[in-house]
Ligand binder design. Structure first.
Ligand code: SAM
Length: 241
């Protein structure tokens, strides 16, 4: 049976860049690469849902010794990624996998770097709760997560502006790709559940977009950080009493 989401992205693939430019100018383009130079040398990377492959292209050039696996469920998007890199001298460093990232298995502790740009917002909160930890699990202990996506500023005119932009975007993707979300999924809630330390962060487009570099905590570091948080909570409670 035809999957309407996959079919939608296949249909959109050729015009994706045009619509992006129309809606956001060069903001998404700038956000994708904002912190690429902050990523230390990596030997392996997994990039999820990179669409027409602009971040993949930039990553390949900035990490010449890195073997990259690129997964996308849209065959058409993967074709465009391959065309884009057809003359890239490091093209041989990329492996393409055409599949639903939710069915991604057997890659525990494999990669130094996980990359997702405007990908996590394609999922529901429930999907993220299930799959984000699994995707992060593909990283070696201490591995890095390069994350680029939309966010909602807390208050003021920036929040109003973001609501307008995000509503237009959700309508568009709902129409084109059957996106289940009507509003921006709370990605921070999902990220906060994971054992991550933020190393660098940059907001763009009046805080509508964020680019972040995280490091996955080791089990020991995570235990220590949780113990610290519990102690802080207790101290806070006793100071309130
Ligand atoms: C909104 S586009 C973002 C594309 C690109 N990362 C960018 O920065 O513009 C989402 C991409 O993720 C892919 N995608 C969405 N859901 C997916 C899934 N479950 N598994 C694999 N790829 C998926 C789509 O085919 C599309 O290429």
């Amino acid at each position: 049976m035809r999957n309407p989401t996959v079919h939608g992205y296949d249909k959109l693939a050729n015009s994706y860049r045009f619509f992006e430019k129309l809606m956001f100018g060069s903001d998404l383009e700038n956000a994708r690469t904002a912190l690429l130079n902050s990523i230390p040398v990596c030997r392996s990377a997994l990039i999820l849902g990179d669409g027409n492959g602009r971040l993949l292209d930039a990553l390949l050039s900035s990490q010449p010794g890195c073997e990259i696996t690129s997964i996308d469920q849209s065959k058409k998007m993967l074709d465009i990624q391959q065309q884009r890199l057809s003359n890239h001298p490091l093209r041989g460093n990329v492996t393409w996998r055409h599949q639903d990232a939710r069915n991604f298995e057997g890659f525990e502790n494999q990669f130094d770097l996980l990359v997702s740009a405007f990908f996590l917002d394609c999922f529901t909160a429930r999907d993220l709760e299930t799959h984000l930890p699994r995707w992060l699990n593909s990283l070696r202990p201490g591995g890095l997560f390069y994350f680029v996506d939309f966010q909602e500023p807390d208050s003021g005119w920036k929040r109003m502006r973001s609501k307008l932009c995000l509503t237009a975007m959700h309508h568009f993707f709902r129409w084109q790709t059957d996106l289940p979300n009507r509003t921006l999924v709370n990605m921070n809630a999902a990220l906060d559940q994971c054992a991550l330390e933020m190393l660098a962060s940059q907001n763009m487009s009046h805080d509508l977009i964020c680019t972040r570099l995280y490091r996955v905590l080791t089990v020991e570091e995570n235990d220590r950080s949780q113990a610290g948080r519990t102690q802080e909570k207790r101290q806070h409670q006793s100071s309130e009493e």
